[in-house]
Unconditional design. Structure first.
Length: 262
């Protein structure tokens, strides 16, 4: 069994460890170095277990701890050319790090990582499928404008998927954000709403995926029970029952050591 361990998930920080108890990969590094070590330790993991950091895109909630963590623990960094280029151009990476441009498929140790582009408003933004050495398959799929056919195909058959359920449409519409930001978030290059997430989960269920963590919830435009009710309600309408036909949880901002085996 492989471990899917989300360290943090929200619009203020995202990081997920996938692997065994001795070696794994980190997907995004949106945690400070102290929290990174502290949260890994809650699962009995040391920083040396992280053999590579894969970045989905260069927004700060995904990379704010990246350079410090990679430098301190000598971890190679993997990202799309667009992501790494933007981070170098803006001085958040210097080029002295161990940088690797990902292809569609990247092999590191016994892990195979497959990337699919997302329509999010960041150059080279991607989501990932990861196959672990013991045969587990998981997906990390946040910051989507919409769920493309290629992403669905890439995530097909995953044992567990982190998918974003960023905002409740009514809360965003009536909430405090300025109009331009509301339009950005709800555009095809923004984020998935709870109902868009529900539709996406429905499609992933048809692709053989059965276990989901809803994550990257907006702190201003969403509530955990709204995300969960929207998705489970939609699936119930399709005749699918939580706990019987699929497994679903809503990630809190930090999971406090709780992990999923897949
Ligand atoms: Zn984000
Ligand atoms: Zn983003």
């Amino acid at each position: 069994m492989a471990l899917f361990y989300n360290l943090c998930s929200s619009s203020s920080g995202n990081a997920t460890y996938i692997g065994s108890r001795t070696e794994g990969l980190l997907f995004d590094a949106g945690a400070g170095i102290r929290n990174f070590s502290k949260w890994l330790a809650l699962q009995g993991l040391g920083p040396e277990a992280v053999k590579g950091i894969f970045i989905t895109h260069e927004h700060s909630d995904h990379v704010k701890g990246l350079k410090v963590i990679a430098d301190r623990y000598h971890v190679p960094i993997y990202g799309s050319e667009g992501t790494l280029r933007r981070m170098l151009d803006t001085g958040r990476l210097t080029g002295e790090e161990d940088l690797h441009i990902i292809r569609r498929e990247t092999v590191i140790g016994g892990f195979t990582v497959v990337a699919a582009p997302t329509s999010h408003d960041s150059p080279g933004s991607v989501c990932y499928r990861v196959e672990t050495p013991d045969g587990g398959v998981a997906g990390v799929c946040t910051d989507l404008g919409y769920m493309s056919e290629l992403i669905l195909e890439t995530l097909s058959g995953c044992g567990h998927i982190l998918i974003e359920s960023n905002y409740d449409e009514e809360m965003l519409r009536t909430g405090p954000y300025p109009r331009f930001l509301k339009e950005r978030i709800s555009s095809p290059s923004g984020h998935l709403s709870n109902s868009q997430c529900a539709e996406a989960v429905g499609k992933l269920l048809r692709e053989g995926c059965r276990s989901f963590s809803l994550g990257h919830l907006s702190e201003h435009n969403n509530l955990p029970h709204l995300a969960e009710d929207t998705v489970t309600g939609y699936l119930q309408f399709m005749g699918l029952t939580a706990g019987k036909d699929y497994r679903l949880e809503v990630l809190p901002k930090t999971t406090g050591g709780k992990a999923v085996e897949f």
